[in-house]
Design a protein around this ligand. Structure first.
Ligand code: CU
Length: 198
């Protein structure tokens, strides 16, 4: 396994299986409360258009679901990797999901625990993994996704959800999501990102 701060191309167990391991780094500035999580991820491209994705993270909002996606731009790696605090272009103190898109691209696959894994499930919070009471999350799923398999080496893994005011739920105190007024910003804001360096 690669260390938290390094990106490594694993040894391939067979020519048909490519494996990519990355550390997951905080997207938000340290000034954003409860935003400094950490983790690791591994994306494997398997035969027949399948991928296996593993995510381990700690420091997440406990007992809350965390939307997670493979983000990217189809084809060659033309995106800019993971966003950092400088991606807060409107200067409101948060890097929103939309402010991160120029870096990590659109959604290639949704890392749900059951059912559909396409971008259609981007906000299916009832099917995303839930961090435990200590804020740890462990995820592993093998699923069929031709786009994810084709671009396994260039996607970013993005974990969303920060309980900014620490009240134990995603609420609207910090405003609505940049994606839809129906979701609070807390539920969709990116917390961790990992993938190809820019
Ligand atoms: Cu995402």
């Amino acid at each position: 396994m690669a260390g938290a701060a390094s990106a490594a191309h694993d040894e391939n167990p067979s020519p048909k299986v490519a494996s990519y391991s990355y550390g997951l780094s905080p997207v938000q500035a340290e000034s954003v409360p409860n935003s400094q999580a950490s983790g690791t991820t591994r994306v494997k491209a398997l035969p027949n258009g399948k991928v296996q994705v593993k995510v381990r993270a700690s420091g997440l909002a406990p007992n809350l679901p965390h939307a997670m996606h493979l983000h990217g731009v189809p084809g060659e790696a033309t995106d800019l990797g993971c966003p950092g605090p400088a991606a807060d272009t409107d200067g409101n103190g948060f890097v929103t999901t939309l402010e991160g898109v120029p870096f990590y691209g659109g959604i290639v696959a949704s890392l749900t625990t059951t059912g559909d894994t396409t971008p259609t499930s981007a906000l299916a919070l009832d099917r995303f993994p839930v961090a435990d009471a200590a804020g740890n999350l462990s995820y592993s799923r093998t699923f069929r996704s031709e786009p994810a398999s084709a671009d396994a080496g260039t996607v970013q893994v993005v974990v969303h959800g920060i309980d900014i005011n620490g009240n134990g739920s995603y609420d609207f105190e910090a405003g609505p999501s940049s994606l839809t007024d129906e979701f609070p910003l807390e539920g969709t804001i990116p917390v961790l990102c990992g993938g190809i360096p820019n």
